[in-house]
Design a binder for this molecule. Structure first.
Ligand SMILES: O=C1CCN([C@@H]2O[C@H](COP(=O)(O)O)[C@@H](O)[C@H]2O)C(=O)N1
Length: 350
């Protein structure tokens, strides 16, 4: 393998590997596979008519939740402790097994649910920009509060029944843990290694490069840009990046928070226009670890958000991360550059 590019190589036609520097792993890109016939599973299209208020929905204002608590008649964001938490502040310690192959650790934390809006029939792209700014402000507030003690606060949104979202009301979840979960721990190692080798944050250089190269930029504004990452695994995966070096959501200026609300509305509107459905995804924020790490040097970190949508070729055909992806490595059919071109250039958003 000479390392020289073969003049006949065409990434849209010829399989190749791409390196994901945030996970130290390789993705197999086989764009030509998109042409294969599909007789596999077809999902139900996303539920179109969702009532603005459902007296039975435990996330709606004034309604009673599973544990008997009554929600306030909230008119903006609303945060409550998850009634079915995966992590609780206190739990008996599992003890330590001396055998290296049977290790256990105590897991403690707190799980919250955050409603974005009182209405069930809106999504972030359909909310007014100022209402989305309130969501960003609440994320910052939660991170400030839980990040004071917990080393990791995972803000994440499962959107759409296809992504296992159990309730159509616009909301996200926040799980704070007394441990650094696998994905942020891997990302921390990768960003630290890059910083030690190159002297600057990996994702700051990456954002500069993508802003210059342009062929994977989905949408950008003065403070942010959203790209289909060069190493994207999920077909329509995007990465949301600040242009400035920012460690955590709590470090954003007021203008950057407004810019974030703007770029999220633009990105999510483009997603909704892809297949003309309310686009399903799981998204989450990764910033420098918190709690005891607040007093450490985390200059290798750059705040960013991952959007992982499940769809492959239409509103009802999903990408399945099975078989080769589980046993060998991640594989994708379209190139990130082809996907970038599929996002509508012209779109209306308010
Ligand atoms: O009465 C309820 C209903 C749902 N929930 C919680 O709301 C969360 C909804 O989030 P998901 O749609 O991402 O599953 C879910 O974790 C569920 O446990 C309550 O805490 N109380």
């Amino acid at each position: 393998m000479s390392g020289e590019r073969d003049v006949s190589f065409d990434p849209k036609e010829h399989q190749h590997l791409r390196y994901n520097p945030l996970r130290d792993s390789w993705v197999l890109v086989s764009a030509h596979r998109m042409k294969r016939p599909w007789a596999g599973q077809v999902e139900k299209p996303p539920e179109e008519h969702i009532p603005r208020y459902d007296p039975k929905n435990p996330l709606c204002p004034g309604n009673t939740r599973a544990n008997g608590k009554v929600n306030p008649d909230y008119d903006s964001t609303f945060l409550f402790e998850n009634d079915f938490p995966a992590l609780q502040p206190d739990a008996p310690d599992p003890g330590v097994d001396q055998h290296p192959l049977f290790q256990t650790r105590a897991a403690r934390g707190i799980c919250k649910v955050m409603c974005f809006h009182p209405w069930s029939d809106v999504t972030l792209p359909l909310m007014k920009k100022q209402e989305v700014v309130k969501v960003v402000d609440k994320w910052v507030e939660i991170l400030e509060e839980l990040g004071a003690t917990y080393p990791w606060v995972q803000i994440f949104e499962n959107k759409g029944a296809m992504m296992g979202c159990s309730n159509p009301h616009p909301h996200c979840q926040v799980w704070a843990s007394n441990f650094l979960p696998n994905e942020p721990a891997l990302s921390d190692r990768c960003q630290r290694n890059y910083f030690e080798k190159h002297g600057e944050p990996l994702l700051l250089e990456y954002a500069r490069q993508e802003a210059e190269r342009k062929d994977r930029v989905v949408v950008e504004n003065f403070a942010w840009l959203a790209v289909v990452p060069y190493w994207a695994t999920w077909p329509y995966q995007t990465l949301l990046l600040p242009r400035r070096h920012v460690l955590r959501l709590t470090d954003l200026t007021t203008e950057e928070r407004e810019g974030l609300a703007d770029i999220m509305k633009q990105l999510l509107t483009k997603y909704d226009n892809l297949f003309e459905v309310s686009f399903p995804y799981s998204m989450g924020w990764h910033g420098a670890p918190t709690g005891p790490h607040l007093k450490e040097d985390n200059s290798h970190w750059q705040l960013h958000a991952h959007y992982y949508p499940p769809l492959l070729r239409s509103a009802t055909v999903k990408k399945f991360m099975v078989g080769y992806e589980m046993l060998a490595q991640e594989q994708r059919d379209l190139t990130p550059e082809q996907v970038t071109q599929m996002f509508p250039q012209k779109f209306i958003y308010f």
